[in-house]
Design a protein around this ligand. Structure first.
Ligand SMILES: NC(=O)c1ccc[n+]([C@@H]2O[C@H](COP(=O)([O-])OP(=O)(O)OC[C@H]3O[C@@H](n4cnc5c(N)ncnc54)[C@H](O)[C@@H]3O)[C@@H](O)[C@H]2O)c1
Length: 352
C-alpha cells in the first residue's frame, strides 16, 4: 500500500506520549488522532504532540474511517476490549504489553485479528534493543550450542509504580511486577531462544511491601504520587522455575520491591557458550581450548520505540511481518497465568 498510514493513539498517559514522540519519527506514519477519558490530559497532550483530532470516547475515534492504525496505550484491563473493537472496526492494532489480563483475553484478540485480516503487533519493545538482537543472532548462528538454562533477575529495590492507582489494583492491572515488568524479560528470553513451549511451572508470588501502603519506604515513585485511598492487592515479588518440555529450564526472580540490589539480568546458558544481557553483553565461551570472556561491542543508540513502530506501520501496509505476534503474546500470558496458579495452589502446574 502506498502513502502514509494515519495513526490514532488511545491512552494519553506515559506510554501514549512515548508512542506519539516515536510516530513523529516514522516516515510512513501520520499521527492524526488522540483519545483519553481525561479531558484536561487529552487537551494538554494533543497540544504538546501537535495532534489535530481528539476524542474522549475511543469508540468515536474507531468510527473515523480515515484512521488506519491504532496504538492501544491504556491500563491493562482495557487492552482486550479496545483491541477487539479496533480490529472489528478494521484498524491495524499496536497493543502495548502485557497483551491482556489473562490468556483467554489474548486468544479472543487473536481471533478478532483473524476475522478482520488486519495487523496485530505486541508492544514488546525490549526485543528492539541492540543487545537483545545481538544475543538472538548469537543463538541463531549456533554459537551458544544447545540452550538448556535461562536465568532472569529483574529486581527493583523500591520500584512500585503509582501506589494505590491502576498499576496496584488487580482488577485493572491483572497483577503487579510479574505482569508489568516480568512480561518483558519472559518474552525476551523466549524470543531470543525460540523456546515458545513452557510446559510446567513451580512458583511463588509475594506482596510484602504494598500493605499497608503508608509503610512503603521509597525514594521516587514512577507513575506516582501514591494514592493511599486506593488499592494495593498485587504481587511485589515473584520467584519460580519453568520447564520447557525436557529441553530447557528457566529460573526467575521479578520484583517491584525487595531488600535486594537493583538488577536487570537475563543469562542464557548453552553447551558452547553463555551470554548475559544487562550491563555489558558478555559471551562466555572457549577459544582454541582456552576459556574466553568476549565483550561484544555494538551501536547502542537506536530508539526501540521508533524501530518497533516503524515495523508496525510497515506491516500494516503489507510491507513486512510484525516483530512480535499475538500468538507469542498468548504464550507469555499463559506463563504468567501458570505462575499465579502455581503460587495459589502451592504446587507445580502444567501449561496446556
Ligand atoms: N512498553 C513499555 O515499556 C511500557 C512502559 C510503560 C507502560 N506500558 C504499558 O502501557 C499501558 C499504559 O501505561 P501508562 O504507564 O501509559 O499508564 P498511564 O496511567 O500513564 O496512562 C494510561 C492512560 O489511559 C487513559 N485511559 C484509561 N482508560 C481509557 C479508556 N477507556 N479510553 C481512553 N483512555 C483511557 C488514562 O486516562 C491514562 O491517561 C499499560 O498497559 C502499560 O503496561 C508499556
Amino acid at each position: 500500500m502506498s502513502g502514509k498510514m494515519r495513526v490514532g493513539i488511545i491512552g494519553a498517559g506515559t506510554i501514549g506520549s512515548v508512542h506519539a514522540d516515536a510516530y513523529k519519527k516514522v516516515a510512513d506514519a501520520d499521527l492524526v488522532a488522540l483519545c483519553d477519558i481525561l479531558p484536561d490530559r487529552l487537551k494538554e497532550k494533543a497540544e504538546r504532540h501537535d495532534i489535530a483530532l481528539t476524542y474522549e470516547n475511543y469508540k468515536d475515534l474507531l468510527a473515523n474511517p480515515d484512521i488506519d492504525c491504532i496504538s492501544v496505550c491504556v491500563p491493562n484491563n482495557m487492552h482486550a476490549p479496545i483491541a477487539i473493537d479496533a480490529l472489528k472496526a478494521g484498524k491495524n492494532v499496536m497493543l502495548e504489553k502485557p497483551m491482556a489480563m489473562n490468556p483467554a483475553e489474548g486468544e479472543a484478540i487473536c481471533a478478532a485479528r483473524d476475522i478482520s485480516g488486519k495487523t496485530l503487533q505486541m508492544g514488546m519493545v525490549r526485543r528492539q534493543s541492540p543487545d537483545a538482537e545481538v544475543v538472538r543472532e548469537l543463538i541463531q548462528s549456533g554459537k551458544l550450542g544447545d540452550i538448556y538454562q535461562i536465568r532472569i533477575r529483574l529486581i527493583r529495590r523500591r520500584g512500585i509504580p503509582g501506589m494505590g492507582g491502576w498499576f496496584t489494583t488487580k482488577a485493572e492491572s491483572g497483577g503487579g511486577g510479574l505482569i508489568d515488568i516480568g512480561v518483558h524479560f519472559f518474552d525476551l528470553a523466549m524470543w531470543a531462544t525460540d523456546l515458545w513451549n513452557p510446559t510446567r511451572v513451580s512458583a511463588k508470588t509475594y506482596a510484602k511491601f504494598g500493605s499497608p501502603m503508608e509503610d512503603y519506604n521509597y525514594i521516587g515513585m514512577w507513575a506516582g504520587p501514591p494514592d493511599y485511598e486506593g488499592t494495593f492487592d498485587v504481587d511485589d515479588y515473584a520467584a519460580g522455575f519453568v520447564r520447557f518440555g525436557t529441553q530447557a529450564t528457566m529460573s526467575f526472580e521479578v520484583a517491584w520491591a525487595a531488600n535486594a540490589t537493583d538488577e536487570q539480568m537475563l543469562e542464557i546458558l548453552g553447551t558452547k557458550g553463555g551470554v548475559k544481557v544487562g550491563g555489558d553483553t558478555i559471551l562466555l565461551t572457549e577459544v582454541d581450548g582456552r576459556l574466553a570472556d568476549i565483550k561484544l561491542n555494538f551501536d547502542k543508540k537506536a530508539d526501540g520505540f521508533v524501530k518497533e513502530l516503524t515495523k508496525f506501520v510497515a506491516a500494516s501496509k503489507g510491507e513486512g511481518e510484525v516483530p512480535a505476534t499475538g500468538e507469542q503474546g498468548v504464550v507469555a500470558m499463559k506463563l504468567i497465568d501458570a505462575i499465579f496458579r502455581s503460587s495459589e495452589l502451592d504446587q507445580e502446574v502444567t501449561i496446556d
